[in-house]
Ligand binder design. Structure first.
Ligand SMILES: Nc1ncnc2c1ncn2[C@@H]1O[C@H](COP(=O)(O)OP(=O)(O)OP(=O)(O)O)[C@@H](O)[C@H]1O
Length: 449
């Protein structure tokens, strides 16, 4: 890094943090000079990004720049000298990349500002599945495996873990994507209602059946039928559902004509279906029929690494959330909570906070009190001599003591560098200088933010 960049790094990072979307400043060879918080959260792996190649960072986050005919905007800009706007398509979804050359006084592009806006694979923003943790990547891997086949998929997981979103993603990535995606929530339906919802009814079939109604099984023809909370289907109706799944045929309530429907089945439940089978509350034959390809969606507390990115994405989806930013202390609280209601609960917490926040920042005070208790309080390192009280303290050079404390603060402080500098009572520039000195002595250390 040139001396000038070394001196200006705090200012540059601060400038980059003005962008809400992931932004990175690159050299001509694609190595990173600095990146903003949004970039580190979305694509970072917790290790320092500075000096690493941008395509290596993206590849590690599951966005392979060289796959599927993607063009490198940096190369194109190097050849033409012009800003580039390209769409990269990845298995994880699409990313809009806007690359702007930063020219020297002779007009030669020397550095490049890259803004990345992750888009959705297909569909709109509200259907994107955010997450990059190992647990979530495994789910995405299974979804990709299951999607092209016609096999029935069973989505298992606690309420609010994204089962419906996953079902829609499987449908969108399947050969039936141009067909309908029909959802039937099986919870809380009486037997009569369930039957008439699934199979439809003829006019006059029962009191109140004033006209013929097409059932959801029929409406799903050519597409996907998603049975949410399949464990809630009354035992008496399970046999009718099994017959439908086995033969693809059914009759409307009050009808005599057999109707054929060709759909792919995806079912979901938060219940332990296997246990229900042993307790004879769920038919074993139906269980085998729906459980051809099980996918377990992990609870949010088992994929805490995704909380930052999820919180940003969910906030952005709220109408009042687009103007707001999550303060590092708020993110620290969000990371430490267990979310019995999973992603739905996180979304609701953010919705409430967005209404309470007047200014730019969502602060811990905008969160429910039980989340604020989670503010992380790591113990400072035991200083030399402190562990063995009464022992003769080991005398260390002050500089070494400061380095030890700084290392601890850097590794444990949950916020960004600006807040850390503030807490340490030094300028951001001084903090950067001191951290650079630490880095010079020790490579492969995690960044502050
Ligand atoms: N990976 C994800 N990325 C972004 N948003 C998500 C993700 N997973 C779930 N959500 C959001 O969380 C909310 C709950 O998701 P969803 O309804 O799919 O959960 P569910 O498991 O089907 O819940 P339930 O069992 O109660 O029906 C939705 O608003 C959904 O958009």
């Amino acid at each position: 890094m040139s001396e000038l960049f070394a001196q200006l790094r705090p200012e540059l990072t601060s400038l980059m943090d003005c962008f809400a979307t992931p932004a990175v400043l690159l050299r001509q060879d694609g190595t990173v000079i600095t990146a903003n918080q949004a970039y580190r959260r979305r694509f970072g792996d917790g290790k320092p990004l500075q000096g690493r190649s941008c395509d290596g960072i993206l590849a590690a986050a599951g966005y392979d720049c060289h796959s599927q005919g993607n063009l490198c905007p940096l190369e194109a800009c190097g050849q033409t000298g012009l800003e580039q706007h390209v769409l990269h398509v990845h298995d994880q979804g699409a990313v809009q990349i806007d690359l702007y050359p930063i020219r020297d006084d002779e007009g030669v592009p020397r550095y490049f500002l890259e803004l990345l806006s992750p888009l959705l694979s297909k569909g709109d923003e509200s259907t994107s599945m955010v997450g990059n943790s190992p647990a979530w990547r495994e789910v995405l891997h299974l979804i990709r495996r299951a999607a092209p086949s016609d096999s029935a998929v069973l989505l298992l997981g606690e309420s609010g873990t994204g089962k419906e979103l996953a079902a829609a993603a499987i449908h969108r990535a399947s050969p039936r994507s141009t067909g309908p995606f029909v959802v039937l929530d099986c919870s809380g339906l009486s037997e009569t209602l369930f039957e008439s919802e699934l199979f439809g009814h003829e006019k006059g079939a029962f009191t109140g059946a004033h006209s013929r109604k097409i059932g959801l099984a029929e409406a799903a023809h050519g597409g996907t039928l998603f049975l949410d909370e399949v464990g809630d289907i009354p035992l008496a109706l399970q046999v009718k559902l099994l017959r439908l799944l086995e033969t693809g045929q059914f009759r409307r309530v009050g009808g005599v004509e057999p109707i054929h429907s060709d759909f792919r089945l995806i079912a979901a439940t938060h219940r332990d279906l296997e246990k229900m089978v042993t307790e004879e509350r769920f038919r074993r034959d139906l269980y085998y029929r729906v459980n051809m390809f099980p996918i377990v969606l992990p609870p949010l507390r088992e994929r805490r690494e995704d909380i930052d990115a999820l919180a940003e994405a969910l906030l952005h989806r709220l109408p009042e959330g687009r103007r707001l930013r999550l303060h590092p202390d708020t993110l620290a609280c969000l990371r430490n909570y267990d979310y019995p209601g999973n992603i739905r609960e996180l979304r609701n917490i953010l919705g409430r906070a967005a209404l309470l926040a007047d200014e730019l920042w969502i602060l811990p005070e905008h969160l429910p009190p039980h989340l604020r208790e989670g503010l992380r309080k790591a113990e400072p390192p035991s200083l030399p001599g402190q562990a063995a009280a009464g022992a003769v303290p080991e005398i260390l050079p002050l500089a070494e003591l400061e380095a030890q404390y700084l290392r601890w603060a850097r590794d444990n402080f949950p916020g960004d560098r600006r807040s850390l500098a503030h807490r340490l009572g030094v300028s951001e520039r001084t903090l950067y200088r001191k951290l650079d000195q630490l880095d010079a002595h020790q490579s492969h250390v995690p960044p502050v933010a």
